[in-house]
Design a protein around this ligand. Structure first.
Ligand SMILES: [Zn+2]
Length: 203
């Protein structure tokens, strides 16, 4: 499938599913945070999960699009082989890199290579669809924000090569996906679908 066909198909999928929005109550909250109607000055500010100076587009944002209707997750559109960096300091609690297959079919889900990093406040960040052998850290490693931890790919349930990034917090023993703030070249933001964000150093 050539690139243009992929893009046309992707836009079609996004348009076709744009109306099917989540009923998750968090969705409305995220929208208000994105629009600045609810202010949040206390939560942790994550780094964009790629190298300084790089710009990538968010394909699917929080609770929108095709596979994120029920997910507080972000898809960064990036070609295979892109360096992925830690969005926050932590310890690696999961690293899978033996998956080889990927595509737009749930049967590929178990192939999705990924890294999960636990932070000091017990929240966790996940980095998905890494290329085969694309995990550059091991379980138990301490990583620093900005450190290169993985190489992107398209393993698992993935239509195009991208990085699926998400953060969970634990509430009463239940893991919940949450939206987080990021440092961008235009200030601290809750990211939105279909927008591009440049990783620039925080002042
Ligand atoms: Zn995703």
């Amino acid at each position: 499938m050539n690139m243009y066909y992929k893009i046309i198909l992707l836009v079609g999928v996004l348009v076709a599913t744009g109306c099917a929005v989540s009923k998750n109550p968090l969705r409305q909250q995220v929208k208000l945070l994105q629009e600045g109607i609810i202010k949040d000055d206390t939560s942790y500010v994550y780094a964009l999960p790629y190298e300084e100076g790089k710009t990538f587009r968010v394909l699917q944002g929080y609770f929108t699009g095709f596979t994120h209707r029920e997910r507080a997750a972000l898809d960064f559109n990036m070609k295979r082989g892109t360096k992925i960096t830690a969005a926050r300091d932590g310890v690696v609690v999961r690293a899978k890199e033996d998956g080889t297959l990927g595509g737009l079919n749930k049967k590929y889900r178990s192939h999705g290579n990924n890294i999960v990093i636990q932070h000091a406040d017990n929240s966790r960040a996940g980095y998905w669809h890494l290329q085969h052998n694309g995990a550059l850290v091991n379980v138990g490693d301490s990583v620093k924000k900005g450190q290169v931890i993985a190489i992107s790919g398209k393993t698992g349930f993935a239509f195009v090569p991208h990085l699926h990034f998400l953060v969970w917090t634990s509430k009463d023993g239940q893991w919940q996906q949450v939206a987080t703030r990021f440092q961008t070249s235009k200030g601290i933001k809750y990211l939105r679908g279909w927008k591009k964000y440049r990783h620039s150093p925080s002042e």
